[in-house]
Design a protein around this ligand. Structure first.
Ligand code: ADP
Length: 233
């Protein structure tokens, strides 16, 4: 079972901790505020009142053994930075840190934190992208950190086979289905558009103009792909 520690039980930390726990993960929740610890206990595996800058306490609670630590203290840069340094020193390899400002993000980057989350900025960018994009028809977040999107085939992909596109190896996303678009002329001479779904796409299947691809992958990879292929207008 995957094991996580969440440090800081503000709105963000609580959402991460309780969602992980609901989905079967082992979750250690940490905060200095006793009320928050009492409130969350029952919705996580264990809730500990602790100061995250106390290395001894972190070690005693075996925080070095978890799969990932989510450091969700946005409003106190000093504590966030000091905790990050201690976690790195303890050998925690997977640290996700929430920040509330650009300067906070920059400092954590400089001390080598790879996963920096700036929720307001990231959600704002995502919303703007999906509002501007004519190519993303559907965007669904799965609780696992993955997303499913329906993407109109970008111009540079038209006429290529799935093997040529090699999205799983090149972009880290998988194609679940291709929705083909056909133009037909009816007996009355009208042009109609029909759709056909291929839900078992194979390596030799070709994508055409106006087809729609249903893709699944880690949210960050899906967003990268959308940003690379986006059609604005
Ligand atoms: P949000 O913006 O998601 O509400 P905050 O950054 O405001 O998040 O939440 C910070 C949380 O971190 C608070 O609950 C606070 O009690 C906790 N916190 C602050 N300093 C420490 C510390 N040294 N150790 C553990 N928890 C801390």
């Amino acid at each position: 079972m995957a094991k996580f520690a969440i440090i800081g039980l503000g709105k963000f930390g609580i959402a991460v901790a309780t969602t992980l726990y609901k989905n079967g993960a082992e979750v250690i929740a940490i905060d200095t505020n006793e009320n928050l610890i009492n409130e969350i206990s029952g919705n996580v595996s264990v809730a500990i009142k602790m100061n995250s800058t106390n290395e001894k306490a972190l070690r005693l609670n075996k925080i070095q053994d978890v799969d990932a630590v989510i450091l969700a203290i946005g409003n106190n840069i000093e504590v966030s930075v000091l905790t990050s340094v201690i976690l790195k020193k303890m050998g925690v390899s997977n640290i996700y840190a929430k920040v509330d400002s650009k300067i906070h993000a920059r400092i954590l980057e400089l001390i080598g934190i790879q996963n920096i989350i700036f929720p307001e900025e990231q959600i704002g960018q995502q919303l703007a992208n999906s509002l501007l994009s004519r190519s993303v028809l559907e965007y669904i977040d799965l609780s696992s950190g993955h997303s499913v999107v329906e993407l109109v085939v970008p111009d540079s992909w038209v006429g290529k086979t799935l093997q040529e596109l090699a999205l799983p190896t090149k972009k880290g996303v998988n194609i679940i289905a291709i929705k083909y678009t056909f133009q037909k002329v009816t007996e009355q001479g009208e042009n109609v558009i029909t759709k056909k779904i291929n839900d078992m796409p194979g390596a030799n299947d070709i994508v055409n103009e106006d087809d729609v691809l249903v893709l699944i992958g880690p949210k960050i990879k899906i967003n990268n792909l959308i940003n690379e292929t986006i059609k604005k207008g």
